[in-house]
Design a protein around this ligand. Structure first.
Ligand code: NAG
Length: 223
């Protein structure tokens, strides 16, 4: 009996170890280097000396003003990610402001490192996400009105379209300091260097002519 608490403690520690895992990546790529002078980030950002931190580090005023929607998509996403808002470093959270002209689109994209929860503050939005191949690429879609909240699960392709006659405004919270954005069309047809036509003709079941056309477009990044 005397040894029972110790056994339980050992079991608890073993269980804790079993649940331990590597920290999630906080950036797209982080190739190991043996030369510390050529290294830049260690899965995120360096930290300021805490004694040098102030309230200003935890304030971001960049979402005060509407984003400029006079662009080919009619939408603008203003990010409050760790790059813009250093106080978010290590906190696993970020925000964005989304402005839409009538008809404005935030085109199909994914956040590889973050779930997104979005609230409509003005106007209306048609939103949706598509599940992975395992769940048969099923579309989950809704029309949102002022005050409505929708969640886009981590990694899934999603979009927002202003189907109203007025401007629309939404704010989003994301579950990473650096959720990342991959705009599907930009990544696939606007890649630098261009992806081989042989890959894209087969993948999209179109002719070289269509692929050439798509690759020749300017893929505006509304972020
Ligand atoms: C996906 O499609 C397959 C084949 O039609 C079906 O058997 C399966 O139940 C579907 N799964 C879901 C989650 O809808």
């Amino acid at each position: 009996m005397k040894y029972l608490p110790i056994s339980l403690l050992i079991l608890a520690l073993a269980t804790a170890t079993a649940f331990a895992y590597d920290p999630s990546p906080l950036q797209d790529i982080c190739v190991a280097t043996n030369d510390p002078n050529s290294g830049v980030f260690v899965n995120g950002k360096f930290c300021k000396d805490p004694k040098q931190a102030s309230a200003d580090d935890f304030l971001f005023m960049g979402l005060r003003n509407p984003g400029n929607t006079a662009n080919p998509l009619g939408s603008k996403v203003t990010q409050a990610f760790v790059d813009q808002f250093p106080g978010l470093n290590t906190l696993g959270i970020s925000m964005a402001r989304l402005d839409f002209a009538p008809g404005g689109l935030n085109p199909p994209h994914t956040h590889p490192r973050g779930t997104e929860v979005l609230v409509v503050v003005e106007g209306m939005l048609l939103v949706g996400f598509v599940t992975s191949n395992q769940l048969n690429n099923t579309l989950f879609t809704k029309v949102l009105y002022k005050g409505d909240v929708f969640v886009f699960p981590i990694g899934l392709i999603h979009f927002q379209l202003n189907t109203g006659n007025t401007n629309a405004l939404a704010f989003a919270g994301l579950s990473s300091q650096n959720p990342g954005v991959i705009t599907i069309a930009n990544a696939v047809f606007g890649a630098k260097l261009p992806i081989s036509t042989d890959v894209l003709t087969k993948a999209f079941q179109v002719d070289k002519k269509e692929v050439d056309y798509l690759q020749a477009q300017f893929w505006y990044d509304n972020n």
